[in-house]
Design a protein around this ligand. Structure first.
Ligand SMILES: Cc1cc2nc3c(=O)[nH]c(=O)nc-3n(C[C@H](O)[C@H](O)[C@H](O)COP(=O)(O)O)c2cc1C
Ligand SMILES: O=C(O)C(=O)c1ccccc1
Length: 377
């Protein structure tokens, strides 16, 4: 096969990292879709701080270690994964590419990575499971209509999902001003494929000053769901439960006491309460409170292999990435999402090699120092 000739002027810029993919995705997507994905709530303080928290740590590399083989494989709730990076649950992947969740789950499978499928996927959880080759967890929003929630749990079990991720930071959707300004609504051809037509009503007719997703969450999410109700979910299934959106030692401790198997330390990517503690900053107290009983993951702002290493050094078992996967999907479908994951893997292996930590068990707290600490001037 002959490679197409390209002059230096026409050769496309290589897309090397999530930021490159974000710029390329921005050029392709409708403004309101780009803003829905990229944006956060309020002043977007937490959106920025989640990312900035990673830059406040510096790495302390060890020299003269045999790093000829670096091994990022681990297990998550007992299932082997090729790397400690999974795909965060995100609604409606078809917003950015017609292959939607099928493309992202295939990309994750090829990478040997965990996928967390959203309740609000635009592809049914059964179709996602049929395309999966790696481990799958289902993210669950507890809906007012308990029989709908219960049926999602049963369907997840039947389709082979290995854990339920209950998102606890969204009793209502926070005001996201980009979506309000844009009058964000779901395009007519995209629907919450896991839910019935009753749960679709109102998602497609928006107007400026309104976000149909927020109105939808206000109607359907159960804002009265509490710790006491977790026992109800527990009674429905033997699947391990994971709580997503825990940011305090108090909640981590309580969850562990109830037999929760995993915790995802998360600000929802800066899309819920603006001004909360950044996820990376909350991670150590959650690990201290429950790390002996729960597997602790973190998400929000992970963009580099060195970010993954920093999260692991602070006690995370793995990280999830959100937006970068959607940017990859938007630009190039399954290969784009796969490229984002494989770049993160390559960067992680590079960071393991260059810090002299060839095994994940070598990635310990002494790898880090706060930026600026130890300055003498
Ligand atoms: C477009 C979009 C949709 C999301 N939908 C969900 C969802 O349905 N359920 C959920 O628990 N979290 C959802 N999240 C939050 C992500 O799971 C994750 O916490 C966050 O995106 C991680 O931050 P990152 O995008 O900086 O990697 C969504 C995030 C985005 C960007
Ligand atoms: O947009 C989100 O962050 C999100 O979590 C969500 C929740 C309900 C429906 C769609 C998206």
């Amino acid at each position: 096969m002959t490679a197409p000739t390209a002059t230096p002027e026409t050769r496309p810029e290589p897309l090397l990292n999530p930021r490159d993919y974000e710029s390329a995705a921005r050029a392709r997507l409708d403004r309101s879709v780009f803003d829905y994905i990229a944006g956060g709530s309020g002043d977007e303080l937490t959106l920025h701080e989640d990312r900035a928290a990673y830059d406040r740590y510096r790495l302390r590399p060890r020299a003269l270690v045999d790093v000829s083989h670096c091994e990022p494989a681990t297990t998550l709730l007992g299932a082997p994964v090729a790397l400690p990076v999974g795909i965060a649950p995100m609604a409606y992947h078809q917003l950015v590419h017609p292959d939607g969740e099928l493309a992202t789950v295939r990309a994750a499978g090829a990478a040997g990575a965990l996928t967390v499928t959203s309740t609000f996927a635009s592809t049914s959880l059964e179709d996602v499971a049929a395309a999966a080759t790696g481990p799958l967890w289902l993210q669950l929003y507890v809906l007012r209509r308990r029989e709908v929630t219960a049926s999602l749990v049963r369907r997840a079990e039947a389709a082979g999902y290995r854990a339920l991720v209950i998102t606890v930071d969204t009793p209502r959707m926070a005001r996201r001003e980009r979506d309000l300004r844009n009058g964000f609504r779901l395009p007519a051809h995209i629907r919450p494929a896991n839910l019935d037509r009753d749960h679709e009503a109102g998602l497609h007719e928006g107007r400026a000053g309104d976000s149909t997703l927020a109105g939808h969450a206000a109607r359907h999410h159960d804002a009265a769901f509490t710790w006491n109700d977790l026992a109800w979910i527990r009674s429905l299934t033997d699947l391990p439960l994971v709580l997503k959106g825990v940011l305090t030692a108090e909640d981590a401790h309580r969850a562990a006491g109830l037999g929760v198997a995993g915790l995802i330390v998360s600000t929802h990517g800066g899309r819920q309460l603006d001004g909360v503690v950044p996820a990376l900053e909350a991670l150590p107290e959650v690990v201290a409170a429950a790390g002996d009983r729960c597997e602790v993951l973190v998400d929000g702002g992970v963009r580099r292999g060195t970010d993954v290493l920093k999260a692991l050094a602070l006690g995370a078992r793995a990280v999830l990435v959100g937006r970068p996967v959607l940017w990859g999907l938007a630009v190039d479908g399954e290969p784009g999402a796969a490229q984002v994951l494989s770049t993160l893997r390559a960067e992680l292996e590079e960071a393991m090699a260059l810090t002299g930590r060839p095994r994940l068990s070598d990635v310990t707290h002494d790898l880090l120092r706060p930026a600026g600490a130890g300055r003498t001037t």
